[in-house]
Design a protein around this ligand. Structure first.
Ligand code: ADP
Ligand code: MG
Length: 728
């Protein structure tokens, strides 16, 4: 065994779970490091507090004077909690969070110092952020971007620093982050939903989109992770033969959580509590050493912030426990990868979940309106929704037989399918009083009962209705949820706007009653949304064929999937709703294509390096041992040596063949990379990385993994799957 591997395994075997003491109830510490309403009440004047609350609820601006008061209160609160620094916390287009800390501390005359945090520092900052990707929006030498406070996501303290969630925009006003378009999309879906709700309840003033994500991850001992260059640089293993035992016994899923992992989870949850992240569920996932954390759902923007914050602190806290968190969608071949289901719903200020049927036929009609409009939105924009979850790392997971395919389809269950079928057969035009009563009582009225004992679940669907919410299951574990949430809320908003126009037209021009008009529009939506509804096995080949017939997209790779992002229809959609203008839309396309290329490029380099510098030299060493053995046998047995060296000779030959195959593929890969890197056209470059370079990964891996099985375990330098996955 190589020294590094030996020490890694030895170190991890010695680890003991950290002792975690929890002396207080979680409800007592929940949000104690968040500048929430309770903190505001204590540290702000009533007017200052009201201006924050109004900004949250109505999106009003906070004036300079109030900002000054708020910042002073916030600073006092932060210092009382031991904070020394502050930062604007933002999410540039790298997809991860960014921060630049400044001390409150400032010197004044007479060699003295004070703690200062003014309104200007709260509201707006200008980080020297010229190295963040901007997709050509902002020439680095021209103008810098600035960060501006987002009062809808409360400030929090982490590790002695007051973090103020902010948006990141260029001086010309273009969004340089994922949060700004999300906030705009949430506003749009709010407005569109409120307008539709007015058909049912005049009291609805605000509709909020909620998100409940489920974060899957792997925990690997940090010494072992550090012994693998691929894990360090790409977050996944590029080589590694499957262990004799994988997940086939299903003995990890929902099993007893290993002690070290549990200590980590408790520590993590403790910090979640302080930061106001409502962590609720923890369990083992399907693959060995794979786990999940799910919170109670929250307003979508806050939930996105909480997820990005969580991903950040997960790594930090893991260090204390000598763990490395693998957030990658497919860290290990042969066992399940990780996703991040996005559970989504819409709810009103009157406390109604619009995706949950109510007690009266009218509220059920409202449910049907939102339910069917969402289906129709997904039908129309399935390809765009697919593009929102595209990434180099998610390509390894989507379509593998444990994850939804790259095809977007909606699962609604048998009972709701029946309801839609019945609605579809409603007479065109005005309904007779009898028909209407019948419909309300026997179809619409029955929905709550149907859903009450609805245990209908389909784990293979990419977008499933689960009783009172839709669950977008194709989202990758590393994703910033802002991307899928921005798209989903935008397309639903667009659909609701169209719905309102169509219903109003029937009322005004065809003299229809409101209910008649709604039934008529919904009936047409059901008719035109058929292709997206699928109840069968989403992992099957038959579905791929069927989906093709139905005209659904099946973009298996990121470059293919991203194309729709710069399509005229996409630009028109986002700009008409003012979620993103043309420049912002195109910039994101460019950035994500570049990001894809860079990720595949890094993997390709790592693979080349590990194949040539780790695997091949080790195979040669082992081959030399065999040769020495054969030479020795020859010295003893003369011409008869072959009788005693059959296995050795076969191995020597096979090793040479694998080495030869590895070397020729690596050489080919490097050649392709050189050609690709000269390519100036972004599409062609991404295409080359996707279709010329990436396919070689599998080739190289195949031979490296074969060598792992042949070479003396004592010589093998890379920590093996059985060690990575089964050391507890
Ligand atoms: P699982 O998918 O593992 O069976 P559930 O579907 O019960 O688990 O719930 C998972 C997630 O769904 C949780 O994060 C929860 O907060 C979230 N969730 C539950 N209800 C809603 C809702 N109405 N809107 C959005 N998210 C929700
Ligand atoms: Mg789920």
């Amino acid at each position: 065994m190589s020294t590094l591997r030996f020490h890694a395994v030895k170190a991890s075997l010695k680890r003991k779970p950290l002792k975690i003491k929890e002396s207080k109830r979680r409800s007592e510490i929940f949000g104690s490091y968040v500048f929430n309403e309770a903190a505001m009440r204590q540290y702000l004047t009533k007017t200052a507090m009201n201006s924050v609350i109004e900004a949250i609820e109505k999106g009003t601006k906070i004036n300079r004077l109030e900002a000054g008061h708020i910042s002073t209160g916030m600073k006092e609160w932060a210092i009382s909690k031991g904070a020394t620094h502050y930062t604007h916390w933002f999410q540039p287009l790298t997809g991860v969070t960014a921060e630049k800390h400044d001390a409150f501390f400032e010197t004044i005359e007479g060699g003295m110092a004070i703690e200062k945090f003014g309104g200007d520092q709260l509201v707006q900052q200008e980080p020297d952020a010229s190295s963040f990707p901007s997709g050509g929006i902002r020439n680095t030498f021209e103008a810098r971007g600035y960060t501006a406070w987002d009062p809808t996501s409360p400030a929090f303290i982490y590790d002695g620093t007051l973090c103020v969630p902010t948006v990141f925009v260029s001086y010309t006003g273009e969004a340089l982050d994922y949060k700004t378009p999300l906030l705009r999309a949430l506003q749009v879906v709010d407005n569109a939903s409120v307008a539709v709700c007015k058909y049912f309840d005049k009291n609805v003033k605000k509709v909020t989109a909620s998100l409940g994500w489920e974060q899957e991850y792997f925990l690997i001992d940090s010494a072992m992770a550090a012994s693998r260059p691929d894990i360090l640089l790409t977050g996944r293993t590029v080589f590694g033969h499957s262990p004799a035992k994988g997940q086939q016994l299903d003995d990890h899923y929902f099993g007893t959580i290993p002690a070290r992992a549990l200590a980590y989870m408790r520590d993590l949850e403790y910090h979640c509590m302080l930061l106001g992240i409502p962590a609720k569920t923890r369990h083992n996932e399907v693959a060995p050493n794979q786990f999940e954390l799910a919170p109670i759902y929250e307003e979508a923007n806050l939930a996105v912030d909480h997820n990005t914050l969580l991903m950040d602190i997960m790594q930090k806290i893991a260090k204390r426990h000598n763990f490395t968190v693998l957030m990658h969608e497919k860290p290990f071949a042969g066992v399940n990868g990780s996703g991040k289901h996005n559970n989504w719903s819409l709810s009103t200020n009157t406390g109604v979940n619009l995706l949950s049927p109510g007690k009266t036929p009218m509220s059920n009609l409202q449910f049907l309106t939102f339910f069917i409009s969402t289906i129709k939105a997904v039908q129309t924009h399935e390809e765009l929704l697919r593009s929102a979850i595209a990434s180099a790392s998610n390509d390894y997971r989507l379509g593998a037989n444990e994850a939804p395919p790259a095809i977007i389809s909606v699962f609604i269950g048998e009972q709701l399918t029946k309801v839609l079928n019945e609605l579809e057969s409603v007479t065109k035009g005005k309904l007779s009083p009898k028909e209407k009563t019948d419909l309300k009582l026997n179809v619409v009225g029955k929905i709550p009962e149907i859903l009450r004992d609805n245990t209908d679940r389909n784990r293979t669907s990419s977008f499933a209705f689960t009783g009172n919410k839709f669950e977008f299951r194709a989202v990758g574990s590393t994703a910033n949820c802002a991307k899928p949430m921005m798209v989903l809320n935008t397309i639903v908003a667009k659909q609701l706007i169209d719905f309102k126009i169509e219903v109003d037209e029937l009322i005004d021009k065809k003299d229809m009653k409101k209910d008649d008009a709604i039934f008529n529009v919904l009936r047409e939506y059901i008719k035109t949304s058929k292709a997206i509804l699928f109840e069968g096995n989403g992992y099957s080949e038959a579905w791929e064929k069927e989906a093709k017939k139905r005209g659904l997209s099946n973009n298996k790779t990121t470059p293919e999937a991203l194309k729709i992002k710069k399509a005229k229809s996409t630009i028109a959609l986002f700009s008409s709703l003012k979620v993103m203008n043309k420049v912002e839309t195109e910039a994101r396309y460019e950035i994500e294509m570049e990001e894809y290329i860079l990720h595949v490029q890094i993997e390709s380099r790592v693979i080349g390096d590990m194949a040539r510098n780790h695997v091949v030299p080790t195979a040669v060493r082992y081959q030399n041992i065999l040769i020495e053995n054969v030479t020795g046998l020859k010295a003893i047995y003369g011409n008869q040596y072959k009788d005693f060296a059959k296995e050795q000779l076969a191995l020597i030959e096979q090793i040479s063949q694998h080495i030869e195959a590895i070397n020729s593929s690596v050489t080919k890969m490097i050649g392709e990379r050189k050609t690709c890197n000269k390519e100036t056209n972004l599409e062609k470059k991404a295409d080359g990385y996707c279709h010329k370079i990436k396919p070689l990964f599998e080739d190289i891996r195949y031979h490296c993994d074969k060598l792992e099985l042949m070479v003396d375990d004592g010589l093998w330098p890379l920590t093996k799957y059985r060690e990575l996955l089964f050391t507890k």
